[in-house]
Write a new protein. Structure first.
Length: 152
């Protein structure tokens, strides 16, 4: 079951990333971060974010913020919380993280943020990870860039 928008990704890499996550499921148990090897993730690197769940989903902190995403966003978020995003970004991004955390299901969406600095349009898939197979303690995100228009 997918939360969020109907799952019709524009970029086939989104569906590939979902299939990779699904291949790591163990019955009803969610995969852990340790279930993914570097070889598994190699073709997705640069566009992956890995977030730690903080305070039962009240916040999320980036353990990894992909270099391609950081370049497009014009900011590095590794080690920072989503609460550190500008308010308009936080309002757009956090609901999908929370849905994924709460439902324990992948979340797909198309995002658009019209910002004074840039116009951002991208799609992403957020998947839950659980070290114990049950309790979501991390999220992994694959983001595909569609449009970034610099206004600075």
């Amino acid at each position: 079951m997918m939360s969020g928008h109907a799952f019709t990704p524009k970029n086939p890499r989104i569906a590939e990333f979902l299939r990779l996550w699904q291949s790591k499921l163990r019955g009803d148990s969610l995969p852990a971060r340790s279930d993914f090897t570097m070889e598994d993730l190699r073709t997705f690197l640069g566009r992956i974010g890995i977030l730690d769940v903080v305070d039962a989903g009240a916040d999320f902190r980036f353990r990894l913020y992909g270099s391609s995403v950081a370049s497009a966003y014009k900011g590095e978020m590794t080690g920072k919380s989503v609460s550190d995003f500008r308010p308009n970004f936080r309002a757009a991004i956090v609901p999908g993280y929370r849905r994924c955390y709460e439902t324990r299901q992948p979340h797909y969406d198309l995002l658009e943020i019209d910002d004074p600095v840039m116009l951002y349009k991208w799609e992403r898939i957020v998947v839950p990870l659980a070290s114990d197979g049950r309790t979501v303690d991390m999220l992994m995100v694959y983001s595909s860039d569609l449009i970034y228009q610099d206004r600075s």
